[in-house]
Design a protein around this ligand. Structure first.
Ligand code: SAM
Length: 247
């Protein structure tokens, strides 16, 4: 399963759900507020910008936003909402693609660092963020906390959501820290639609070590974009890493 095959034209067409899910104002609003505050008077770079779910409202707030994105179909979807002069995008891999400019903020949201399937690629992603930031600039990562406490010994699959017309199921390879999310959508017929995405899960402590390898320090970690305290029960986190200010 290659990322280019997963984020194809069909996935891109189905991605946007205006006003609901990840596009709901109560989900998106606090994220955009926080990112705008962190960008300050400077420019922002979104790794894996996708269809511009975050970039479009952030740019509308007056923050200059550039994107890096692997999938052309996702960018074509973004182009229905913002042109190249509003949100420039470079097609490429966020681990090594370099875009012109200097940024006060690089951000990588919605668990997307886990789309990189090796530790080495994830470390390179931090290094690439550092490469684009001015001294004192910040790299923000939004990521879920691995739910291994829910996985009984010997079991390799776990249903994490089950409701009318939808089942979400994860399969684990704990040796490689891999999890494949399976999203089954179905109606009364015998057919179901399946969307699968592979991830490499990362513990917060491992993420912090990757950041240190790239020269960052952890500035803050909260359970969400509103600044809720991060605890042992938190299911995800928003972590802000800072490049050292120049001396
Ligand atoms: C879950 S979507 C997130 C899109 C957007 N950031 C958002 O919050 O809605 C994941 C995106 O990551 C992109 N992606 C996956 N691996 C990538 C990589 N190595 N470099 C750049 N983009 C990548 C996919 O093509 C897809 O558009």
């Amino acid at each position: 399963m290659k990322q280019e095959d997963i984020w194809n034209a069909d996935a891109a067409r189905r991605y946007d759900t205006p006003g609901t899910g990840m596009f709901a104002p109560e989900v998106l609003g606090p994220a955009v507020d926080r990112l705008a505050g962190l960008a300050g008077q400077g420019a922002a770079l979104e790794f894996a910008v996708g269809t511009g779910r975050v970039a479009v409202p952030l740019a509308a707030r007056g923050v200059p936003v550039t994107g890096i994105e692997l999938s052309r179909p996702m960018v074509e979807q973004l182009r229905t909402k913002a042109d190249e002069s509003t949100i420039p995008v470079v097609i490429g891999d966020m681990t090594d693609t370099v875009v012109p400019g200097e940024f006060t903020l690089v951000y990588l949201v919605y668990n997307t660092i886990s789309n990189l399937l090796t530790q080495a690629e994830q470390v390179e992603c931090f290094r690439n963020a550092a490469r684009h930031l001015r001294p004192g600039g910040r790299f923000v990562v939004e990521l879920w906390v691995p739910e291994l406490r829910k996985l009984p010994p010997g079991q390799t699959a776990m249903v994490w959501e089950s409701g009318p017309g939808y089942i979400g199921l994860d399969t684990y390879d704990v040796l490689r820290q891999h999890v494949v999310s399976h999203h089954f959508r179905f109606d009364g017929s015998e057919q179901a639609r399946l969307f699968r995405s592979p991830h490499r899960y990362i513990w917060p402590a491992e993420l912090d070590l990757m950041a240190r390898l790239a020269g960052f320090e952890l500035e803050s970690r909260h359970a969400d974009w509103d600044g809720t305290e991060f605890t042992a029960e938190s299911r995800s986190h928003v972590s802000v890493y800072r490049n050292p200010p120049s001396s």
